[in-house]
Design a protein around this ligand. Structure first.
Ligand SMILES: Nc1nc2c(ncn2[C@@H]2O[C@H](COP(=O)(O)OP(=O)(O)O)[C@@H](O)[C@H]2O)c(=O)[nH]1
Ligand SMILES: [Mg+2]
Ligand SMILES: [Zn+2]
Length: 364
């Protein structure tokens, strides 16, 4: 871009939908009309008295069209610190979609408030659609989020604008990195942008796939190839002593199925701490490590060896068991409305590690 057309408000911003970085002049924006079409507008200068009113509801158009369809996201997401990007990694049916819906619902219900984190309302159409179509039915009626077979390796899942009690505001963006088709990882531009940009990884472990420690393997499946593919894909990221400097957490999900198993029972019934309880995180990590190790689930423990910082957690997205279709019950629902257990613990641990160790997440 020629220098003389660059406005003093120009800055590099990140699209929260596809993670493309682009230059934004601080002025060009769009406004969604009632029925779809989006009108181009010019925002007044930032120091203008009209700015605050004009910026309400304004969206940016990302220059990176997906399948030739443009996408837009609220200006709010580029007005504060750069986004913190969290990726959910795990095989199909591991429980990623349910865990994400549980976390997103807990965040919307302000359950991070007592822990010093809040959200600012943003009119992100995608978030509202996700909330009304997926999160609310899960919380209100126990309807399982739809299982959607996908062709993409990495997909946008949800974004919120977080505020901390120290006055920081940043977009928190969730991506689903199922990697159901690992083939072509290096050619997929979305997957590459994600691997370059991701600030924290959440590895989702399905205890159903793991044996009970008596030598009987749960399903005979001894690995989650999405873990190894993601770790391999991150090899160009900064390392320290051979370990990746990207914070990671392992969430053993569906822990409601282990609620009578020690030590899972103790963790599931434990009250939520205020803020981040580092001693509790260390103890739970040790317990969860021992739990997986005893069951010879060593492949699922790979992140502990490969990442400089990795915590482990027992969580349940639904807090209740899943009903299998048997003629009387409809497929795709849990016995009760969702009552997630400890789903915010891995997120709190990741955010604390990111804050502490990731230079980028501290803002510009
Ligand atoms: N009991 C129990 N089952 C769960 C839980 N989360 C997921 N499931 C089961 O696992 C299935 C797959 O979950 P899903 O989130 O779609 O997995 P994904 O393919 O990794 O996104 C669901 O349909 C449920 O049957 C949970 O917290 N508790
Ligand atoms: Mg899914
Ligand atoms: Zn984009």
């Amino acid at each position: 871009m020629p220098v003389n057309t660059t406005s003093p408000d120009t800055k590099t911003v990140t699209c929260v939908i596809c993670l493309e970085e682009f230059e934004w002049d601080g002025r060009e924006a769009y406004r969604r009309e009632a029925n779809g079409p989006t009108a181009r507008i010019t925002l007044p200068p930032r120091d203008s008295a009209k700015w605050a009113a004009e910026v309400q509801g304004a969206v940016l158009r990302c220059p990176n069209e997906i399948n030739r369809v443009p996408h837009y996201f609220p200006v709010d997401f580029v007005l504060y610190d750069r986004p913190v990007v969290i990726g959910f990694v795990g095989t199909t049916m591991a429980g990623k979609t349910c865990l994400l819906a549980a976390m997103s619902g807990e965040i919307d219900r302000q359950r991070l408030g007592p822990r010093g984190l809040g959200t600012m309302p943003v009119n992100l159409t995608e978030h509202h659609k996700y909330r009304t179509e997926v999160v609310d039915p899960f919380f209100d009626e126990g309807i399982a989020p739809p299982h959607t077979p996908r062709s993409e390796l990495v997909t946008y899942a949800d974004a919120v604008l977080m505020t901390t009690n120290t006055g920081r505001t940043f977009p928190l963006v969730f991506f689903d990195a199922a990697g159901e088709q690992l083939r072509g990882l290096q050619q997929d531009s979305m997957a590459l942008r994600f691997l370059h940009r991701v600030d924290g990884l959440l590895f989702v472990v399905d205890p159903d796939l793991i044996g009970d420690g008596s030598g009987r393997a749960g399903t005979g499946i001894l690995d989650d190839p999405t873990f190894s593919a993601t770790i391999a894909g991150l090899r160009f990221r900064p390392m320290q002593g051979g370990r990746l400097r990207v914070p990671a957490a392992i969430a053993i999900t569906k822990s409601d199925t282990l609620r009578f198993t020690s030590p899972v029972d103790r963790w599931l019934s434990r009250p939520t701490p205020a803020g981040v309880d580092r001693d509790a995180i260390r103890q739970e990590s040790q317990d969860a490590y021992a739990f997986l190790h005893q069951r010879r689930a060593t492949a699922w423990l790979a992140p502990v060896d490969r990442f400089q910082w990795c915590t482990l957690h027992f969580v349940s997205a639904s807090g209740a068991s899943y009903l299998t279709a048997d003629g009387t019950t409809k497929a795709g629902r849990f016995v009760r409305p969702a009552r997630p257990r400890r789903v915010l613990e891995p997120l709190m641990a990741l955010l604390a590690m990111i804050e502490e160790h990731n230079e980028h997440a501290r803002g510009d």
